[in-house]
Design a protein around this ligand. Structure first.
Ligand SMILES: [Zn+2]
Length: 286
């Protein structure tokens, strides 16, 4: 059975779909999503506490570090800055300009048909977010998504990629968040105080925006599983849980090596890693 109504998400997608002509009659409508919406699980609240606590520690660490000026608002410059903090950086993507806001576009990374392999694309979209925030989104988080799509494309080009939707998207967000946490530690070690501050703020934002949290985000009100994965996913990956096993071997092995080195150089990261492993282990008990 197809999706009949998609609430706020269908409203946004209908606006986007209009760029390709009249919205088809079968397209999901914007009535509220009907039916039961699951609550955030206990383990996700514990993951939120752990991630927010690490974010707070990083915020206070950032105050003692030098602060560089943010990158210019150019996608290529932001991605180039992020290369040193991403364990499997790729650079084969195509950049497209999209005449829609970041809010309307929502996801700016994808694979498109008709391009040379790996077929990865990043969209440049107008945004009013502060330059440093955009630098972290593009250079670290979305950069990690491109790295993941590129790695998946080595198994054979697909558009859309399995990393863009459904269970594959949950793995993609888990990986991007694990790379964010690694980058926050590596930026401490590199003395990039501004980036540490922004990455830490991003971790706290993901922890507090859960439905029922201190600062719930409207867009996740009916997407609890997706909201949870930004917290539980990176914990599972860094603690070698199920999400780690779902990643291509080349991605997980370079991430593992870099995380191990980061933990050796920055003891609070090792403490976070142990707490993460403990949380995942505890989750298997009834
Ligand atoms: Zn993402």
């Amino acid at each position: 059975m197809g999706v009949l109504s998609g609430g706020q998400h269908a409203a946004r997608l209908r606006l986007l779909r209009r760029f390709a002509g009249p919205v088809p009659r079968w397209y999901p409508d914007a009535r509220p999503v009907a039916g039961f919406i699951s609550r955030i699980r206990g383990i996700a609240w514990r993951a939120a506490d752990l991630v927010a606590g690490f974010g707070e520690l990083l915020l206070s660490t950032a105050t003692a570090l030098p602060r560089d000026a943010p990158c210019p608002l150019v996608s290529a410059r932001q991605l180039a800055w992020g290369v040193r903090y991403r364990p499997s950086p790729s650079d084969a993507h195509v950049t497209l300009r999209l005449p829609v806001s970041r809010r309307l576009a929502r996801r700016t990374w994808m694979c498109l048909p008709g391009l040379a392999s790996p077929g990865t694309v990043i969209a440049e979209v107008p945004s009013t977010a502060p330059p440093l925030e955009q630098q972290i989104w593009r250079g670290i988080h979305e950069g990690a998504h491109l790295d993941h799509l590129t790695s998946l494309a080595r198994r054979g080009p697909l558009a859309p990629s399995p990393g863009e939707f459904g269970a594959g998207l949950l793995i993609a967000e888990s990986y991007a968040m694990a790379v964010e946490i690694l980058a926050a530690v590596e930026c401490v070690l590199a003395g990039e105080g501004h980036a540490v501050w922004q990455l830490a703020a991003g971790l706290i934002e993901r922890a507090t925006r859960l439905p029922g949290g201190a600062h719930p985000a409207a867009e996740f009100a009916d997407l609890p599983t997706l909201a949870e994965v930004y917290l539980l996913g990176p914990i599972e990956i860094l603690a070698d849980g199920a999400a780690a096993a779902a990643l291509p071997e080349e991605l997980i092995s370079s991430l593992r090596d870099r995380w191990r080195a980061a933990c050796a150089a920055y003891p609070p990261a090792a403490a976070f890693g142990s707490a993460a492993a403990h949380l995942i282990g505890r989750s298997t008990r009834p």
